[in-house]
Design a protein. Structure first.
Length: 353
């Protein structure tokens, strides 16, 4: 059976995979934010990748796969952009507001009037609420003595990259449509070319002006997912292929250089296989909701507040304390904000029909 045979149903493990990825970011940051040294995380020393690095790659892979599917099904760049905005911005706006208010009230050394009128406060609000002009990490007087520095929400760095990927995907579709080149047929070739270009730049260590190595890596991950969706009718989900790639990845872990290469080509297939094939009790997770985005946008400020409140807190203590608090915030975010915002996509579909 191919990916297409599974992708016709929404009964999958994407929510669970993203939940575990978001939780892995929290675990990774438990070391960095409690000690001030990201190198203390065990996985980084072994593989050269932290759990958070791998988790972000999983996010970009699954996002590339799913949003390519969204664009294919909608066949409208406007509708696609609206759907992406409803997924990203409502929860982000609430998170920014709560972060500013709570940090300003309890974790800033600045007086209330000074905090409110400071340009850094408004820069933080403007940049992080829009996400298109970069990220602001600093709030006046906040976390001045935190082990990892003054960043209020360091996890937000990936979101402008994510939005850029959406823009490239939409521009590719719009360009093909404008040139009357049948985007439904030509799109697979375009996204694959982007993937191969990004992989080549990364593996060859090429330097491209104004585009960082990180940007090329995330592009490779995102468009690997998009390419798998584009060729979903040709790519089998085979347990034998999954096992071979998993064994190759495990064997390559003996060398950081070999692991980086095998990882780049094996991770996309492994993630999509796990998203669709394992069934049974795992699928019950979907009944809970999608808490991954909430975990991702709340974990870092929660952990910074714990670091400020309990100087000397250890990584495992940070993990034990921050996870339940973050999970409660993520649950509230999903049920009170995200789920309701996503319901508005149905109105867009109704107006188009």
């Amino acid at each position: 059976m191919t990916i297409a045979d599974f992708a016709v149903s929404r009964d999958n493990n994407f929510n669970l995979i993203r939940f575990r990825a978001a939780s892995a970011v929290l675990v990774s940051h438990s070391y960095a934010l409690s000690t001030g040294d990201p190198k203390t995380e065990p996985l980084r020393a072994w593989l050269g990748f932290s759990a958070g690095d791998i988790a972000v790659d999983v996010f970009f892979l699954t996002s590339g796969f799913l949003v390519a599917g969204s664009l294919f099904s909608r066949r409208s760049v406007f509708s696609f952009a609206l759907a992406r905005a409803l997924r990203i911005y409502p929860a982000m706006l609430v998170s920014v507001a709560l972060t500013v208010l709570i940090v300003g009230m309890w974790f800033s050394s600045s007086a209330a009037t000074s905090f409110i009128t400071n340009s850094d406060t408004w820069r933080y609000i403007w940049k992080n609420a829009t996400l298109v002009f970069g990220i602001a990490y600093k709030l006046p007087g906040a976390f001045e003595h935190a082990p990892s520095g003054v960043a209020v929400n360091g996890s937000l760095w990936s979101l402008p990259y994510e939005l850029t990927m959406y823009g490239v995907l939409a521009a590719a579709w719009l360009g093909l449509a404008t040139l009357r080149l049948q985007p439904e047929k030509r799109f697979s070739g375009v996204v694959t070319c982007i993937f191969l270009t990004a992989v080549s730049v990364e593996l060859l260590g090429l330097t491209v002006p104004r585009i960082s190595a990180l940007a090329w890596h995330l592009t490779a991950m995102f468009f690997a997912g998009s390419s798998l969706y584009a060729f979903r009718r040709r790519v089998p989900l085979d347990a034998r292929l999954f096992a071979v790639l998993l064994l190759a990845l495990a064997a390559s872990s003996m060398s950081k250089g070999a692991f980086a290469v095998v990882y780049l080509f094996s991770l996309p297939y492994l993630v999509i296989y796990l998203a669709y094939v394992p069934g049974g009790v795992l699928r019950r997770f979907n009944r809970l909701g999608d808490y991954s985005y909430g975990i991702y946008i709340y974990a870092f400020p929660v952990q910074q507040m714990l670091a400020a409140s309990a100087p000397g807190i250890r990584p495992l203590q940070m993990l034990a304390a921050s996870f339940p608090i973050t999970l409660l915030l993520a649950i509230a975010s999903w049920h009170s904000v995200e789920k309701r915002a996503l319901a508005l996509k149905k109105l867009d579909r109704a107006t188009r029909h």
